[in-house]
Design a protein around this ligand. Structure first.
Ligand SMILES: Nc1ncnc2c1ncn2[C@@H]1O[C@H](COP(=O)(O)OP(=O)(O)OP(=O)(O)O)[C@@H](O)[C@H]1O
Ligand SMILES: [Mg+2]
Length: 264
């Protein structure tokens, strides 16, 4: 990975050069707007409230970390934000579109074009090379094959994997696979990145590399990113940290205070 290009970006500071593309544009427009979101699983005495009136807004260029103990609702929040699940109550707007008001095909298109999801378990397809994994969302979106592959190679270059583009996932290290998953989430210029513990299986050096990529996607492309993490050092890369407990937002903090605030 090319680290020299990112040396100006430090955890906890999250500085952005003035006049970058996303700041000239509608920097204050929320890419993700979540209003009083509630999600209950099951019913009756076995009902579990996974999210309870959560309100959260993420602007262009902003990286927000979500922290909290296991079972507090972090993954539920991300799947609802990505339109992969439906809330019991409340609203999710992505670039101003209310997911609940969209027809299934429009929502599917929004998921394909606007939202990039990095799952903890990666979900790379083992029978496809790195480049094919990355270009797949574009091909599914009916982009011409050659164009899709060109876009995939450009993003793989961004994540420092040009030389591994033709390797299959099993021939890549965990960190490299993770970078392929991030490339797949970025390709096609998707503007909302949802990353659920994307560094779970990585050592701290590889994990930091992944954080650097997410930070850069926010700073250079104006992506909005929501990162679920258990690791305070990783949350320090965020602009803001939101602490969840029992499905509720219990605290907000600037990244610089994370080591004092704790999140687990
Ligand atoms: N499909 C489901 N059916 C029933 N309960 C569920 C379902 N999905 C999640 N839950 C429950 O909702 C709560 C929140 O789960 P969630 O996966 O969002 O937690 P999390 O904060 O991501 O935890 P972890 O850090 O362990 O990944 C938990 O109590 C969980 O058991
Ligand atoms: Mg989870």
């Amino acid at each position: 990975m090319n680290t020299t290009r990112t040396t100006t970006i430090r955890p906890g500071l999250a500085t952005r050069a003035p006049g970058t593309e996303h700041e000239r544009g509608d920097a204050m427009t929320a890419v993700l707007d979540i209003h009083e979101l509630h999600r209950t699983f099951g019913s009756g005495h076995t009902a579990v409230t996974a999210l309870d009136e959560v309100t959260l807004s993420v602007a262009r260029g902003e990286l927000v970390a979500i922290m909290g103990p296991s079972g507090c609702g972090k993954s539920t929040l991300l799947t609802l934000a990505g339109g992969l699940d439906e809330p019991t109550r409340g609203r999710v707007l992505v670039e101003g579109h209310d997911l609940a008001e969209q027809r299934a095909d429009a929502r599917a298109e929004l998921r394909r074009r606007t939202i990039g999801y990095v799952f903890q378990e990666l979900n790379l397809l083992p029978g496809l090379t790195a480049a094919e994994n990355v270009s797949l969302p574009l091909e599914l979106d009916r982009m011409r094959l050659r164009e899709a592959r060109r876009a995939a190679h450009a993003v793989l270059e961004e994540v420092g994997l040009t030389e591994h583009a033709d390797r299959f996932p099993e021939d890549l290290s965990g960190g490299e696979q993770q970078r392929v998953a991030i490339a797949r989430a970025l390709v096609g210029d998707r503007r909302l990145l949802l990353a659920d513990e994307p560094t779970g299986a990585l050592d701290s050096v590889a994990g930091e590399g992944v954080l650097r990529l997410l930070r850069r996607a926010c700073d250079e492309r104006g992506a909005a990113c929501v990162l679920v993490t258990h690791d305070a050092a990783q949350a320090a890369w965020a602009d803001r940290i939101v602490f969840l407990r029992d499905g509720r937002v219990v605290d907000h903090a600037g990244a610089a205070t994370v080591s004092l605030g704790g999140g687990r």
